[in-house]
Design a protein around this ligand. Structure first.
Ligand code: NAD
Length: 506
């Protein structure tokens, strides 16, 4: 790890202490970047980007597919880095490596097809010929949080590189080594080091510098910071995508197998100890199944193996930082003090590690409690019984957020019908988040407070290019330039419009 941190572009001389969540011990003093480092990294990325774009899509595809293989070959090293920095379980770290590799493969193989460009219909058939092409934005500024350092980075960086861009990434201090470890795989596969620079430091200083330097900005983090970053990017008239917070609802329909639904719901809520933008914090269960589901869910949660282990022996890991512990315990204490009923968990577990908190299930949550509408971003979920499907949908949609949602039901057709009425960028059926999050060919993102723009799929690639239309006169007919010429052609042109509409020709 000490070796990897040298790959940061960071010459300020300042450092930040990074604590390992499993032990509470100092992991390393992370070198921090200066504003000049960001400017230098951007200038170097611009030079590297010109050559990367000129090398052509076959070259980019070959290099990125090689990077995919190296990510898989080096998975154990990556899993260790992710667990050490974030405190998540081996299984949830594996989801990250899987996702990072899938995003790399998808974009390597899709860029050529999605960004091929080509002919479009001319404004006047035969008289105008029109083509559309794409060129890279240039250097993309990417700002990532600590919770999913690998997958969130590569869901932006793999398409940015595949589309021919350079990248300057501001890593969160708590996830920098995982990112640098993945970046090494890309460099060893043939990505020039300067093409993807990583900087670290205070968000309001180094994050701002990245926003000020990029030709496009990808931000993943909280809604509060996203508002600042989006406005700053807009002030420079550069585009941005914002992947922000959520308060995600899960609906349990009354035709489920309650034990199976309990197991699915528990994973959906407590993966990465709830520190996952798409994990569930609100459960609405239909009254017909509530008496069977709620105890089965509480039992399942109480049975989850909580602990620090660099193997697959645990189900739930640690919170990542002292700040996370403080926020999560504040939400739990507030709910308990205001009369919520605790069905499972509710306690910090310093015997397991400094930041462990038990997966916690509440009922009787009222709107004055912090965990009712605010994103906890931790292992805390509310269960509420609802009278009908309509009531479940109304409760699920009663949020300022709209990132992810889930519906559990035996009848897939019924569950899909409910899913189609939920206000969220993604909805999973009989899964919590992996069905949509892992579908790299389908767009992912949020509505309302949960963000702007989409990653993954063709939409995720098209963020990173400028569209250029080139159209010209074929010479078959001279367009009018003088009053006399117009007076001759107005009649035929009106007729043409009517014919085009009559033929339903776009
Ligand atoms: P955060 O907003 O505090 O920080 C995210 C990143 O932004 C960090 O790298 C931080 O240093 C940087 N930053 C902070 N202030 C900045 C500024 N003024 N200008 C530029 N950059 C700045 O979020 P966090 O606590 O690290 O992450 C948790 C949040 O992220 C949760 O709300 C979670 O839901 C959200 N999240 C969303 C997604 C998604 O895909 N929608 C994914 C993961 C996390």
């Amino acid at each position: 790890m000490a070796d990897l941190v040298r790959d940061l572009t960071a010459t300020s001389g300042d450092t930040a202490a990074v604590i390992a969540p499993f032990t509470g011990e100092l992991l390393h003093d992370l070198p921090l970047s200066s504003v000049e480092d960001v400017a230098d990294a951007t200038a170097a990325a611009r030079v590297a980007q010109a050559a990367w774009w000129a090398a052509g899509d076959a070259h980019r595809r070959r290099v990125l597919l090689k990077a995919h293989d190296l990510l898989l070959d080096r998975r154990e090293e990556l899993l260790d880095a992710v667990q050490t920095e974030t405190g998540k379980t081996r299984g949830q770290a594996f989801e990250e490596v899987f996702n990072a590799a899938a995003a790399t493969r998808y974009n390597a193989l899709s860029a050529r097809r999605v960004l091929r460009g080509g002919r479009r219909r001319g404004g006047i058939p035969f008289v105008i010929s029109t083509r559309v092409g794409f060129t890279p934005k240039g250097v993309v500024g990417v700002i990532t949080p600590w919770n999913y350092p690998l997958s969130l980075a590569l869901m932006d960086i793999a398409p940015a590189l595949a589309a021919g861009n350079g990248v300057v990434q501001k890593a969160d201090n708590q996830g920098a080594v995982s990112i640098l470890s993945a970046r090494r795989a890309f460099i060893d596969a043939g990505v020039p080091a300067a093409l993807w620079a990583v900087v670290a430091g205070e968000g309001s200083v180094i994050g701002n510098a990245v926003v000020d330097a990029g030709d496009y900005v990808c931000f993943t983090g909280s809604t509060a910071t996203g508002r600042i970053v989006a406005q700053r990017a807009a002030g420079r008239l550069v585009g941005s995508s914002m992947e922000l917070g959520g308060k995600n609802p899960l609906i349990v329909l009354d035709d489920v197998d309650p034990v199976r639904a309990a197991a699915d719901a528990a994973y959906a809520c407590f993966s990465a100890a709830g520190q996952l933008c798409v994990s569930m914090e609100r459960i609405y269960v239909l009254k017909g199944v509530a008496d069977a589901f709620i105890p089965a869910f509480a039992d399942r949660v109480k049975g989850l193996a909580l602990g620090a282990a660099f193997d697959y022996s645990t189900d739930v890991g640690s919170l990542a930082t002292a700040a996370q512990l403080e926020k999560v315990t504040a939400h739990i204490d507030d709910a308990v003090a205001k009369g919520a009923t605790l069905l499972a968990g509710g306690k910090a577990r310093p015997d397991l590690g400094p930041y462990f908190v038990e997966p916690t299930v509440f009922t009787d949550v009222t709107s004055d409690m912090r965990c009712a509408a605010e994103e906890t971003f931790g292992p805390v979920v509310e269960v509420r019984v609802v009278d009908s499907e309509d009531a479940a949908i109304a409760a699920a949609n009663a949020s300022e957020y709209g990132l992810n949602a889930s519906v559990l039901g035996r009848s897939r057709a019924r569950a899909r019908a409910v899913a189609s009425r939920l206000r969220a960028g993604s909805v999973n059926v009989n899964e919590g988040y992996r069905a949509t999050f892992g579908s790299v060919d389908a767009p992912m993102g949020g509505v309302m407070w949960s963000g702007i723009g989409r990653r993954n799929g063709p939409e995720g690639l098209l963020r990173f290019v400028e569209t250029r239309t080139i159209a010209g006169a074929t010479g078959l007919l001279q367009l009018p330039r003088t009053g006399a010429e117009f007076s001759k052609l107005v009649g035929p042109m009106l007729l043409l419009l009517r014919i085009l509409k009559g033929l339903r020709r776009r």
